[in-house]
Design a binder for this molecule. Structure first.
Ligand code: ADP
Length: 274
């Protein structure tokens, strides 16, 4: 009898604790929702004035009809550059808050792999050329011609990985390698011969606002949001991003995506994330 009384008491305690945990979880969910809403509203409010800053500074740079001297045009282009940086930050924060609150809407379409490759070449070949490094795109046949995914989000992830690769590489090459992984997945590997990432930073760089070089006087600009957004987008698309890197030698980020949305679950289950 004593035993059953004790058991009952124990059960009650467990029940109480469960209710406690549930209340805490609900509270947490609520505050996450507030945060996301706040961020979404703020981003929207910030954009409106920023748009006029961007528009007017562009007019000053491009259409000043010789009314401004060289120094003044330079000031205007600094305003434009900083404004663009701010816009990127706002867009990234908005993306992240959409992802966190489960409001990121995806639009699936059939995407030609060749188109993706051409688009990346058109976008990044000039940037690479400016920096004096090579930009190669290799399609390792046999590769499926078409994949079913959200085109814009796929391009966003690749843009992020390739612009990072170019940013952290001073000489050598950046390569986008597209390969058919198994029968139901495709991989996009962005490889560089840049500064690389130390083993103890390889997880951290995927976290929001985290950079491998955390010092305040760091050499490279950026928000530290790109990789965390990319990893979350990859997950939403049913895929994963993994990283292999060696300090001083270079990095390779691999995005693996299912060929079709129906296969999404198997890619996440069988491709171990880093
Ligand atoms: P950002 O580039 O704006 O700092 P990211 O989230 O895209 O933000 O990247 C986070 C950090 O990961 C970078 O600051 C950098 O330290 C590291 N990193 C990302 N890509 C590379 C790369 N290709 N080579 C070396 N370091 C990288």
């Amino acid at each position: 009898e004593e035993r059953s009384r004790l058991l009952e008491e124990k059960n009650e305690l467990i029940l109480e604790r469960n209710m406690d945990i549930q209340a805490k979880a609900a509270e947490l969910e609520q505050s996450t929702r507030y945060k996301s809403e706040f961020l979404a509203n703020m981003s929207h409010e910030l954009r409106t004035p920023l748009n006029s800053i961007l528009l007017l500074s562009r007019l000053l740079v491009e259409n000043n009809h010789g009314n401004l001297n060289k120094e003044q045009v330079e000031y205007a282009s600094v305003i434009q550059g900083s404004g663009n940086g701010l816009l990127t930050l706002i867009d990234e924060i908005l993306d992240l808050s959409r992802i966190e609150s489960g409001k990121m809407e995806l639009e699936y379409n059939f995407v030609q792999v060749e188109d993706v490759s051409n688009e990346m070449k058109a976008l990044f070949a000039p940037v690479a050329k400016d920096k004096g490094i090579a930009f190669n795109v290799e399609i390792q046949q046999p590769v499926p011609q078409m994949i079913e995914t959200d085109r814009l989000r796929l391009l966003q992830i690749l843009r992020n990985l390739i612009s990072n690769a170019l940013k952290f590489t001073a000489r050598g090459a950046v390569t986008l390698r597209i390969a058919g992984e198994r029968t139901d997945a495709i991989s996009f590997t962005v490889e560089d011969t840049g500064i690389g990432i130390a083993p103890d930073k390889q997880q951290i760089v995927f976290e929001a606002f985290q950079q491998a070089d955390g010092s305040t006087r760091r050499k490279y600009g950026g928000t530290g949001l790109g990789l965390s957004i990319s990893r979350e987008l990859a997950r939403l698309l049913g895929g994963v991003i993994s990283l292999q890197s060696e300090e001083g030698k270079g990095s390779a980020f691999t995005l693996t995506l299912p060929l079709q949305q129906a296969a999404a679950a198997t890619v996440t289950a069988t491709t171990a994330p880093q």
